[in-house]
Write a new protein. Structure first.
Ligand code: ADP
Ligand code: MG
Ligand code: MG
Ligand code: MG
Length: 400
């Protein structure tokens, strides 16, 4: 079974059976493939007699994205498992534990998180997660600080950068987030009802300049080891626990890209309240919950990041008074710009979000799409001048 091939369910069981100290010898195991099958297989293997279970995630050598398949490196399984191990060393409770990484099979064996739900689904159902802001702020502060030149010896950091050159997955981001949505590309899925608003995006040169600046930062600003795809579909959650999964897009990039991804996906749900909430009072209330969460994420992130800097900063020049203020303002500005970019691509780009697309009421769906596009473009245009997270929240509130 060692040469690479996509595993069958029977082979996944056979593989899991050989893992040390897990299942009883000879016991009955069952397997379900629970991935969406576009890029990766995800097998859930369980032992009914003990209730023990495990996840096997295997990368496929192609992506079925633009109608047809294109080849996609299996090395992303190494990147994902190495990123998970680094994240676990920095925030043990906030990612699944990796038991084994098997390079030949592009296979990662990890902790089963089936007692959590995917956060996008929880938010669509109107759930609230009071501990989430603190958990994700800790994840962001610790992973971004300790993998950057602020918290890591600069020679070691350069070795890290080498291990996380991820050109093929970065190319997906460069095209789908920072290129296609701003032109009449065949990769887009333009909702006919909002074609006028999308055409305005295609013609807005002021917007394109800002997107070019953000794209250039994504290409060149090797600031921290990013998760790289930190939307609410990459977050498993329950009342007292948050777990970040799926870092196959990990690479060295600008901190604001990860923080912005989280905020963008909360704001996409904010827009979707047009159809998800049943009346205006509950809509206002849930939107306030979402923007309150965003404010808490930034505030807690900034406080935790500054504390790490004071305690663990490795560079003398970087401790110069005033530099941390400058640095965090730039991170905030990048966060706002990347949040806007991540919203726009979800409205008329290739891959969209269930929060909005699953709205049954067409008029509500159209209003949600227009709101999200208005917030996204306004955030992109304001990114280089904002000075506080409240300005981002005002932008969202003004759009509804
Ligand atoms: P992809 O890169 O293909 O998006 P994900 O890592 O996001 O793969 O996993 C796809 C789905 O598989 C998740 O949405 C979740 O339902 C399930 N899954 C992935 N990892 C786990 C896990 N550790 N525990 C339980 N379910 C998981
Ligand atoms: Mg998927
Ligand atoms: Mg993925
Ligand atoms: Mg995923």
């Amino acid at each position: 079974m060692s040469a690479y091939h996509p595993l069958t369910e029977a082979e996944a069981i056979e593989y899991a059976r050989k893992l040390p100290d897990l299942f009883a010898p000879g016991s009955e195991l069952s397997s379900r493939e629970i991935g969406d099958g576009n890029l990766n297989l995800v097998f859930h293997i369980s032992e009914p007699s003990s209730g023990k279970s495990i996840i096997l995630k295997q990368a496929l050598p192609y992506a079925k994205v633009v109608g047809e398949s294109w080849p996609l490196t299996l090395d992303r399984a190494r990147i994902e498992s190495e990123a998970l191990l680094i994240q676990e060393s920095l925030c043990p409770k906030l990612v699944p534990h990796v038991h084994v990484y098997e390079p030949e099979l592009a296979l990662t064996v990890m902790q089963d998180l089936s007692d959590h739900v995917i956060m996008r689904k929880g938010l669509i159902e109107g759930q609230r997660y009071p501990l989430f802001a603190g958990h994700i702020a800790t994840f962001l502060a610790r992973t971004l600080f300790f993998t950057s030149d602020l918290g890591l010896n600069q020679q070691e950091k350069k070795e890290r950068v080498k291990r996380f050159i991820n050109p093929e997955l970065c190319k997906i981001t460069e095209d789908l987030i920072f290129d296609d949505p701003y032109t009449d590309s065949p990769n887009n899925n333009v909702p006919p009802a909002i074609r006028d608003a999308v055409e305005a995006v295609w013609q807005d040169n002021e917007l394109h300049v800002e997107v070019a600046i953000l794209r250039d930062k994504f290409l060149t600003k090797a600031q921290s080891l990013l998760h790289g795809d930190l939307h609410t579909g990459s977050i498993f959650i329950k009342a007292d626990s948050t777990k970040v999964i799926d870092p196959e897009f990990a690479y060295y990039g600008p901190m604001g890209f990860d923080i912005g991804a989280v905020i963008a996906n909360l704001l996409l749900n904010f827009a979707a309240q047009e159809g998800l909430s049943l009346d205006s009072a509950s809509r206002r209330d849930y939107r306030d919950y979402l923007t309150g969460t965003i404010r808490d994420i930034w505030t807690k992130f900034e406080a935790e990041f500054r504390a790490l800097w004071n305690e663990h900063g490795v560079d003398r020049m970087f401790r110069t008074p005033g530099f941390a203020d400058y640095y965090l303002q730039e991170v905030l500005r990048d966060t706002v710009g990347f949040a806007g970019s991540k919203m726009v691509r979800r409205i008329h780009g290739l891959a969209q979000v269930a929060d909005i697309n699953q709205l049954q009421d067409e008029a509500a769906r159209e209003r949600a799409q227009r709101i999200a596009l208005a917030i996204g473009t306004a955030l992109i245009k304001s990114n280089r001048s904002v000075t506080s997270i409240d300005q981002l929240i005002e932008t969202a509130d003004k759009a509804v």
